[in-house]
Design a protein around this ligand. Structure first.
Ligand code: LLP
Length: 425
């Protein structure tokens, strides 16, 4: 399903709680997360990939409760900063089930990873190898993977494509830098190379690119064995599994992906005479995205000659995705019945910028007016995690709902919070 919101009623609810009630109790804007849906999606992955490691990609959305749910469901965690790592570990996430990523890991990121004992670190550049090896204590070995750029174009938008050589992540298969890095890592006694990683991009809805990635990486595994006599036991295919933002849009079929990837992996390995490596995947959006909704209050409605602008109390600071990637959402009027036909409107935010558009050319009842509540489905991933402090409006709270109950997970950023950090003259 595109979202956890039932279609198309005036009185929408999530997790058994009416959206109007949530808005009244927690204010707007507010992110609402359906805990049961998050857990269901985690289980779908574990069932689809029974012999694999499923790492939830924390960059999509992370708070203490989310880390706890994901840990409880038995997934691992993909982090890309000391911030994500510390939040998860201090919430009790088992560090050995965490993988650290990053094209530019800071000394603090690496120190935190080694101190807390993360299971795996993914090497993203040649210069990182010696730096990491030097930071590992003399009596220990850190498990690492090498992130390979397989030369495959996939993904929803140029800014989120990472499978080809024209972007900053990983080590190229085509120019030989992946092979070079493998040799270097194998020569480092404090690093234990356990496998290869690749991440093609994000919001991918086709299975084929993943199958191509499997073939290319198995090819590299075979060359590693030929050249170095080493059989690497792990293959991490990253995340990128696309979801539907609009009714009727395609989403990646996780079960179909799993079946085909496992078949391809078995076939390619058999052909190369290799044992089948342990598979890993790193879904972020597909777990968090459709589990969340964001609620806004309409503050003004302005009709110009050509447009109707419906302005809400949030905007590009809580959801930069339309402005960044030009992506589309389907906002819905909540809590009020309207007999008036719908008309095309542009839903805009409250920020001092004309590009602060949340949804263009969407249909809302023609009598939409200030005070109305709007809900935007599929807001669980890359909303709060990409929220900014623009115009000092404060970040929205996160509310969890489960079986008819709501509770606050992350409180609203208050104006006092904002002022407190500013030390002054
Ligand atoms: N693994 C790695 C190494 C990644 O870089 C990412 C996402 C993931 C897993 C999870 O990808 P997912 O399954 O969520 O697609 N801000 C953009 C998305 C950026 C994704 C960055 N990396 C957006 O809002 O669309």
């Amino acid at each position: 399903p595109a979202s956890t919101l039932p279609l198309p009623e005036d009185d929408l609810s999530i997790g058994g709680v009416a959206l109007t009630e949530l808005a009244d109790r927690f204010g707007t804007p507010a992110y609402v997360l359906d805990e049961d849906e998050v857990r269901r999606r985690c289980r779908t992955y574990l069932r689809a990939f029974p012999d694999a490691d499923v790492y939830y990609a924390a960059k999509a959305f992370l708070c203490r409760a989310m880390a706890h749910w994901v840990a409880e469901e038995g997934l691992g965690l993909d982090v890309c900063s000391a911030g994500e790592l510390e939040l998860a570990v201090t919430t009790g996430f088992p560090p050995e089930r965490i993988v650290l990523h990053g094209n530019a890991k800071s000394p603090a990121d690496l120190r935190a990873a080694l101190r807390l004992g993360v299971g795996r670190i993914v090497i993203d550049s040649t210069s990182e190898i010696a730096r990491l090896a030097a930071a590992v204590p003399a009596d220990s070995r850190q498990k690492v993977l090498i992130r390979v750029v397989p030369g495959i174009a996939a993904g929803g938008h140029a800014k989120i494509r990472t499978g080809t050589d024209d972007q900053k992540f990983g080590l190229s298969l085509t120019d030989g830098s992946a092979q070079h890095a493998i040799t270097r890592v194998l020569g480092q006694p404090r690093l234990e190379l356990v496998g290869l990683h690749c991440h093609l991009g994000s919001q991918i809805t086709a299975v084929k690119p993943y199958l191509s990635a499997v073939r290319r990486l198995v090819g590299l595994l075979a060359r590693v064995r030929e050249q170095h006599g080493v059989t690497l036991p792990e293959l991490d295919l990253g995340g990128g599994h696309g979801v539907a933002y609009l009714p009727g849009e395609p989403a990646l079929d996780v079960v179909g992906l799993a079946t085909k990837v496992r078949a391809e992996l078995a076939g390619s390995c058999a052909a190369a005479g290799l044992p089948v490596p342990r598979l890993a995947v790193e879904p972020g959006r597909a777990i968090a995205g459709p589990s969340g909704v964001v609620l806004y209050r309409v503050l003004s409605v302005k009709r110009t000659g050509s447009h109707t602008f419906v302005a809400v109390d949030g905007g590009m600071s809580d959801n930069p995705r339309p402005a960044l990637y030009g992506v589309r959402y389907a906002p819905r009027l909540v809590g009020r019945r309207s007999a008036v036909p719908t008309e095309p409107v542009t839903v805009v935010g409250r920020h001092c910028e004309a590009g602060d558009i949340l949804a263009s050319d969407v249909h809302l009842p023609g009598d939409v007016r200030p005070g109305d509540l709007l809900a935007v489905p599929v807001a669980g991933a890359y909303h709060l995690s990409m929220a900014s402090g623009y115009n000092l409006v404060g970040r929205p709270p996160v509310v969890a709902v489960t079986s008819g109950h709501a509770r606050l997970l992350v409180r609203r950023e208050s104006l006092a919070d904002i002022q407190e950090r500013d030390i002054g003259l």
